[in-house]
Design a protein around this ligand. Structure first.
Ligand SMILES: [Zn+2]
Length: 380
């Protein structure tokens, strides 16, 4: 496992040296990526991608050494910043003015419109700016700096946002082992917990030893429910409805890219690093709008040999409450018509919460609905 967090005297020495280095101010995605790299969540990456890794990742979903890797992880800076940085130089990566990490710039290469459009087409399957991930890509700087990083200080988010749930991969692996879990299923989400999720999680838990609920808390697009409200919904339901010795809640500090299938694979590989053996992949995992087909995020796992992926996907259908069945089911298990199903889209949920309406009990447990209502009220 990669561990790029310096400690003790080593850290003090590098931090002091970094004070004299050229400073790069990181955007929120780069801050998330830095934390993920440093903690080993993106093993085997030891820094931001160099050109050979970047290009092969975009074109073939592999690193230059052949390891399966579906999402580019780049550090993009503006031309006027890059002009003063040379290959071989050490630079300081900062959150505002505070030094967080040192980077050895191994390579500097262009990230112009043409290259970004190619990445957009290959990775996001569209070049349209209406796609939030593509829009974000186009907004980034025109030069990429690639090279290894060493973390010397925690970001503000690492210190203040869910520090007690921000387990590193080394920590979760130890926690799983201590609990005696030999198989663990990871659950990624950027939504509050509804009964459909509970159904998927518990169905998976019938098969494996442990469940690792790992909501993403890095940057999401406008309109998504804030991370603190989502986490509160999880803590509420875990207390009363989950077996405490078989479930672990942690937070995944990644930013959302909305790259659908490619990101589903990325999410799975990161969870393998956290020690999961299985990973729940829903329909349209990490998708947005109509950019991806219903099963694309599940089918991408079939494009590679399972030993290259190294984690087993549990592919699930949408789940919902069926009035005739009298419980949560899926299209795979329920023979009834859609009119018997109680299902709300994310947009419908947000609109109801905004209007102050309680969500139907069949859709969300009342304890959770209450947390969401109160949380959304505080956001207004
Ligand atoms: Zn039914």
């Amino acid at each position: 496992m990669v561990d790029r967090m310096l400690r003790g005297e080593m850290r003090d020495a590098v931090r002091e040296r970094a004070e004299q280095m050229t400073r790069i101010r990181l955007d929120s995605m780069a801050l998330s990526d830095l934390e993920l790299i440093a903690s080993g969540a993106l093993s085997p990456l030891t820094g931001f991608m160099r050109k050979a890794d970047y290009e092969r990742c975009v074109d073939e979903m592999r690193l230059s050494n052949g390891v399966l890797w579906s999402m580019p992880v780049t550090l993009a800076v503006d031309q006027d910043v890059a002009v003063d940085i040379e290959e071989g130089q050490e630079i300081a990566l900062c959150e505002d003015d505070r030094v967080l990490a040192m980077m050895e710039v191994a390579e500097k290469f262009p990230y112009d419109r043409k290259i970004k459009r190619h990445e957009a087409q290959e990775v996001y399957r569209t070049t349209e700016e209406t796609h939030p991930g593509v829009a974000q890509l186009y907004r980034r700087g025109d030069v990429v700096l690639g090279g290894d990083i060493w973390l010397v200080d925690w970001s503000t988010a690492m210190k203040t946002e869910f520090p007690e749930l921000r387990h590193t991969p080394a920590q979760t692996r130890r926690m799983f082992a201590r609990r005696g879990w030999r198989s663990v299923v990871g659950f990624q989400t950027r939504n509050p917990i509804h009964r459909a999720h509970e159904y998927l999680q518990k169905t998976a838990l019938e098969i494996v030893d442990g469940l690792f609920i790992h909501p993403l808390v890095g940057e999401t697009k406008e309109g998504d429910i804030p991370a603190d409200v989502r986490i509160a919904s999880y803590q509420t339901i875990l207390r009363d409805y989950y077996p405490v010795d078989r479930v672990l809640l942690g937070v995944f500090p990644a930013a959302m890219r909305y790259a659908g299938p490619r990101e589903a694979l990325f999410h799975a590989i990161a969870r393998k690093n956290y020690g999961c053996t299985h990973f729940i992949v829903g329909r349209d995992h990490a998708g947005v709008g109509d950019y991806y087909g219903t099963y694309d995020a599940q089918d991408i796992f079939d494009q590679f040999p399972s030993e290259d992926i190294g984690i087993v996907p549990f592919k699930f259908e949408y789940a919902f409450f069926c009035k005739k069945c009298g419980g949560v089911v899926s299209a795979k298990t329920c023979p009834h018509d859609q009119e018997d199903w109680i299902y709300l889209s994310g947009t419908q949920v947000r609109e109801m919460l905004r209007r102050g309406e309680m969500l139907p009990e069949e859709f969300t447990r009342p304890e959770v609905a209450k947390v969401l209502l109160e949380g959304m009220r505080d956001c207004e």
